[in-house]
Ligand binder design. Sequence first.
Ligand SMILES: Nc1ncnc2c1ncn2[C@@H]1O[C@H](COP(=O)(O)OP(=O)(O)OP(=O)(O)O)[C@@H](O)[C@H]1O
Ligand SMILES: [Mg+2]
Length: 265
Amino acid sequence: MTEPLIELRDLRKSYGTVLAVGGVNLQVNKGEVVGLIGDNGAGKSTLVKMLAGAITPTSGEILVRGKPVAGWNAAKSRAAGIETVFQDRALAVQQTIARNIFMGREITTFGGLLNLGRQRSEALHLMREIGFTSNAVTPDTVVGQLSGGERQGVAIARAIYYNADLIVLDEPTTALSLTETEKVFSFIRTLRAGGRSILFIGHNIHHVFDIAERFLIMDRGRIALAVTKAQAGSARRLIALMEEVAHSGENTPPVELAARLKGVQ
Ligand SMILES: Nc1ncnc2c1ncn2[C@@H]1O[C@H](COP(=O)(O)OP(=O)(O)OP(=O)(O)O)[C@@H](O)[C@H]1O
Ligand SMILES: [Mg+2]
């Protein structure tokens, strides 16, 4: 049996009378890419924020490698090997790639001075690991010159530097062109090949379908349906499933949904 890296049990978050996340169970195993999809306001980002320890769940449990962690917060999330990358993550566009990767956690010499040489060589190593291929891009390249996909890559490189086992990407390709999206996907494939797990949140089902092997459809704060790529069959069927879930409201058994989708190619 595969041991889950991270498991959420009956996780809830309410804001006053608004139930943003209403009892979510999910697990992410080592080395898998899971796509979390669902309509606007379904609760995806709230779930991500709880996982990152940025907000406190109203109730529920978070387990790391099978063990419940008490008093979950940002530091515990990091210590558990989770790094979250947001599309709008603030990168300093006037600074170099190397400076951005180490911003806020700079490498210093014994004398306490900034060790730019080591930051540069570590940055180069990270860039190779995630598959930055362009010769024109070096650790000294200013981030403002990079494409959106490459910027996303810099944010991912930061996550790798902290040795994250699970990288959570909340809508990483929403604002990107096709070529840039492809670049982010190739970074993600490299990460997966390195045994890291990814939770990919996305709106564009075609994007998510490409990159993930398992999908969780979120609807009004719940995981309404979990399907593998093979079960979904195609991006179009996955979209149809999402629509079915949105219309059916309450818990409709997956088998029934699948039956209703027989005609969709
Ligand atoms: N801080 C907050 N206070 C009150 N309500 C909130 C807060 N954050 C989120 N919500 C509500 O919780 C619900 C889920 O929001 P969330 O941002 O998690 O959705 P989402 O699935 O990420 O949507 P999107 O696809 O648009 O990013 C929404 O109805 C939202 O209005
Ligand atoms: Mg969101």
